[in-house]
Design a protein around this ligand. Structure first.
Ligand SMILES: Cc1ncc(COP(=O)(O)O)c(C=O)c1O
Length: 424
């Protein structure tokens, strides 16, 4: 055991481990492009970007340089009240330019949970400002993941993540997600949405929150007509649409945002994080539509985080977005996503694989196994990092990944899945 693994095992409480019974730590020490190296010198192909974070890949000196320069000049200052800084203002303008529709204003956060927390609070506040304080119900979805702070956790629809933390905030309703593999239909989902709005009372529903493509829950693209029809229902009842783009934002899906698919969606609030800085600095941004800003007009915003609009994070984000543009990574996600999906489809011939799915450079395998955790450990030992979620494997490699590395991912999966017994 190295000094670091020993210190870690004795002192760090990790998310998603059993308290007091940590698994042996894997210590990552270096990253380059789509690969990371552990302290024993083993290089892995990074099939997940850690947690779907890193479009531009690991070890980019440009981003370190931008952070260093900004730290030397102004490492931090508050963004409450009328205080601001140049990188934050520049980044807000850049996001407004890239985002679909009239998402022209930005509220900065440190990550995705805070973003969804912010979106839910602002949606309720906007209705209160409109003289409709009873509009508090938030429609979210089973299997959706929106983070783990209390409001975001209540929107999250994955039961084990919610267990033991109650009571959670009130007035949330969980609907089914589109899951074509399990036989859902858009007609059925829309009927359920209409019924839920009816039951709550349309005048009580503040917002609907959803990921364009289910990520953590298993990389599940929706039926093609799902989002346009959901938007039609929401529009008819005046319900706000919170689009959680924490995973799908910044090129991952082969467009800048998930909302750019299906003919273009029209979110009132769009929540982003992760790919915004490629993980080189913790930063999130909630984009707000002109409609929402009109609703909030005159309303004091008594909400904010110490690190709102962090100048270093915003400077890093600007350079990260410039790299994505300069290197054509959005189109690359589309092309390499096709290559990855074509490879994964060949695995459908194996008895342990029920379905291969992909959307841009997001991919998932629906497996005929009880639990994919042991399998993902074996795949890592064979040199590829993928993520197990229930009986599924999910992937989201850096957008700079090489075609040959995609092929290696598929080869390793083929080998390990061929050696995997099918659940009884
Ligand atoms: C869709 C989505 N929303 C929100 C979050 C929460 O983000 P964070 O972990 O930065 O709080 C995540 C994290 O994986 C996510 O996938």
């Amino acid at each position: 055991m190295s000094r670091i693994t020993d210190l870690d095992a004795r002192h760090v409480l990790h998310p998603h481990q059993v308290a007091g019974h940590p698994k042996p730590p894997v210590v990552f020490v270096e990253g380059k492009g789509a690969r990371v190296r552990d302290e024993d010198g083993t290089w892995y192909i990074d099939g997940t970007c850690g947690l779907w974070v890193c479009p531009v890949g690991h070890g980019r000196a440009e981003l370190a340089e931008v952070a260093r320069r900004q730290m030397e000049k102004l490492e931090y200052y508050a963004s409450f009240w009328e205080f601001t800084n140049a990188p934050a203002a520049e980044l807000a303008a850049k996001l407004a330019e890239l985002a679909p529709g009239d998402l022209n204003r930005v509220f900065f956060t440190n990550g995705g949970s805070e973003g969804n927390e912010t979106a839910i609070k602002l949606a309720r506040l906007a209705w209160r400002a409109q003289g409709q304080p009873e509009r508090t119900v938030i429609l979210s979805r089973k299997m959706g993941y929106h983070g783990v702070s209390y409001g975001a956790l209540q929107a999250t629809g994955i039961p084990p993540l919610r267990e033991g933390f109650g009571p959670l905030p009130g007035d949330f309703v969980h609907l089914d997600v589109p899951y074509p593999f399990r036989g859902t239909t858009t007609d059925g989902l829309i009927a359920q949405l209409e019924a839920a709005i009816d039951e709550a009372g349309p005048e009580r529903v503040a917002a609907f929150i959803g990921e364009p493509v289910i990520g953590v829950g298993g990389m599940i693209p929706p039926h093609d007509d799902y989002w346009p029809r959901v938007e039609e229902v929401l529009r008819r009842h005046g319900i706000l649409f919170i689009c959680d783009e924490v995973v799908t934002g910044f090129g991952r899906t082969g467009r800048w945002f998930g909302a750019d698919h299906w003919g273009g969606l029209h979110p009132d609030l769009m929540v982003t994080a992760k790919g915004l800085t490629s993980g080189y600095f913790p930063l999130g941004a909630v984009l707000l539509s002109d409609r929402l800003m009109d609703m909030l007009d005159g309303q004091p915003i008594r909400h904010g985080f110490t690190y709102n609009g962090h100048p270093v994070g915003c400077a890093v984000a600007l350079e990260n977005l410039a790299i994505i543009e300069r290197e054509g990574l959005v189109a690359r996600a589309r092309e390499l996503g096709e290559r990855l999906l074509a490879g994964l489809r060949t695995l459908e011939a194996l008895p342990s694989v029920a379905q291969a799915r992909g959307f841009g450079l997001m991919a998932g395998l629906e497996l005929a196994v009880e639990d994919a955790a042991e399998l993902s450990d074996r795949i890592r030992k064979a040199g590829v990092i993928v993520r197990a979620t229930g009986q599924k494997l999910v992937m989201s490699p850096p957008l700079v990944i090489e075609p040959s590395q995609i092929d290696t991912i598929v080869e390793v999966l083929q080998r390990e899945l061929a050696a995997t017994p099918v659940a009884a």
